[in-house]
Design a protein around this ligand. Structure first.
Ligand code: SF4
Ligand code: SF4
Length: 71
């Protein structure tokens, strides 16, 4: 069965500051902060659980999240 989801957030690692706002605002808690080479950034750890609501992209103060259509 295809899901109803229309878009997924794509996080730009270079723009992301790891502030955590998107993690806090995500209703199903599918975003988490990750660390790579001492730099924190947000990661979508559960694509299937994302509803495509765009709240994370709207909340990000650094314009680091783009909603990309999946269908
Ligand atoms: S689009 Fe919505 S459900 Fe998906 S990661 Fe962003 S806030 Fe969470
Ligand atoms: S709100 Fe934006 S800058 Fe902050 S952790 Fe999320 S993607 Fe990164």
């Amino acid at each position: 069965m295809a899901t109803e989801r229309k878009a997924l957030p794509v996080i730009h690692k270079t723009r992301c500051t790891g502030c955590g706002w998107c993690v806090a605002v995500c209703p199903p808690h599918v975003l988490s902060l990750d660390v790579e080479r001492w730099k924190k950034f947000s990661r979508l750890h559960d694509e299937a659980g994302c509803t495509g609501c765009s709240k994370c992209a709207v909340k990000c103060p650094f314009d680091a999240i783009a909603m990309v259509k999946t269908a």
